[in-house]
Design a protein around this ligand. Structure first.
Ligand code: MG
Length: 387
């Protein structure tokens, strides 16, 4: 088989929400189609994916560097021994001539194409992507559902504690057993009031995680840790700069609850540094690297293997990014659970109607591939891209 064409379009995120650092008004995501020369039902089979959420579309890097390299590569070098596309070989071809280190926007660019290859492979097999992913990694897959939590609690104009409570009650009533809210966008006292209301609404700190999105300096991170110590929170996420491993180490020494980080680490080497220098506690901490931001599933699977070599069980992995792609990766690799963005980050966030949420577990639908075409809103974008 051959790659006939690769298409990319920047799709704007809908809505106007913010965390402590970023407003998502004006954010875009790269939607990518890898079109093969395999014809089914009168048309070419195309794999579709996107570069997760939060790092903007990467059409420039894709069009200037990665897509031309891929299309110029000897097509046979992109195939595995089974004669179909090998995502690892595709990634290697896109990375020709790139220097080591400095894993920034190019990691997100590459991931959109690499993940589209997994969608393509699953569609060629006529199966959900988690089945393809599990088989490729020597694992059993199941439809038994994976834990999922609702990531919300964003700051928005005019949104107070009452509105936050109503939002979280909505998640609870629709089947989510756990939630995450943002912190760091207002004063510590105001955040504590938001947090206490959230804990009350969900029935305990075990069901509420907090996310500072890397905003805090060490003094503030430790002040929040001190204030939250007795709340028994689910986890305390990205207190400081994602690459400040020393801050993470100091926080781990001061705060007894689980600490979550990793969504802004885009390479196995970055994760290795976190494990070596970040004071990580394998018995409780949470790891949120995201295949859609870090070169795709090929690199992500290496990160999971690395965690295991450092005594961290794969169930400590909760990838950033509440969408269908990560639902299939979590299911296929048997990870700890998924994030969900109910009603936000549309059209990419959230799941398709065929996915079932029940008792805090999300069950993937049986659509072939990642099933992105089954998601209202995203379906129209994909139809335009592959038309
Ligand atoms: Mg986060």
């Amino acid at each position: 088989m051959r790659i006939a064409e690769i298409r990319e379009v920047a799709v704007p995120l809908r809505g106007d929400i913010a965390n402590a650092v970023v407003s998502f008004a004006g954010h875009t995501v790269s939607l990518v189609a890898v079109v093969s020369d395999v014809v089914r039902d009168g048309g070419p089979v195309a794999g579709v994916a996107f570069n997760s959420i939060g790092r903007h579309a990467q059409g420039g890097i894709l069009r200037d560097r990665m897509i031309p390299r891929l299309l110029a590569a000897d097509p046979d070098t992109l195939l595995g021994t089974d004669g179909v596309l090998d995502p690892a070989a595709v990634l290697a071809a896109m990375m020709q001539g790139e220097k080591p280190g400095g894993h920034g926007d190019r990691a997100a660019a590459a991931s959109a194409v690499e993940l589209a290859c997994w969608d393509l492979l699953a569609k060629l097999h006529g199966e959900p992507a988690h089945v393809t992913i599990a088989r490729a990694h020597g694992r059993e897959t199941s439809y038994a559902g994976v834990p999922v939590y609702a990531a919300g609690g964003y700051y928005a104009p005019g949104k107070g504690v009452a509105e936050l409570r109503a939002e979280l009650a909505g998640y609870r009533d629709s089947g989510y057993a756990a939630v995450k809210i943002k912190i760091g966008g207002v004063s510590l006292a105001e955040d504590l009031a938001r947090l206490e209301a959230s804990i009350d609404e969900l029935g305990g700190g075990h069901a509420v995680a907090v996310d500072a999105n890397g905003r805090f300096d060490a003094v503030t991170a430790l002040a929040y840790a001190d204030a939250m110590e007795g709340l028994g929170l689910r986890w305390y996420e990205e207190a400081g700069d994602p690459l400040d491993y020393d801050l993470n180490r100091r926080l781990a020494e001061a705060y007894s609850g689980p600490i979550a980080t990793g969504e802004n680490l885009f390479s196995t080497q970055d994760v290795r540094n976190l494990l070596l220098f970040g004071g990580v506690r394998p018995d409780r901490d949470i790891f949120q690297m995201d295949a859609g931001l870090g070169y795709g599933l090929t690199e992500y699977a290496r990160m999971i293997d690395l965690l295991a070599r450092h005594g961290v069980d794969r169930t400590a992995a909760f990838p950033h990014g509440g969408h269908l792609v990560n639902l299939h990766i979590v299911t296929g690799l048997g990870l700890g659970g998924c994030e969900a963005y109910p009603g936000v980050f549309e059209p990419f966030g959230g799941y398709s109607p065929g996915c079932r949420l029940e008792g805090g577990l999300i069950h993937p639908a049986e659509d072939p591939g990642f099933g992105l075409e089954a998601k209202p809103g995203l379906a129209d974008e994909i139809a335009r891209l592959v038309a």
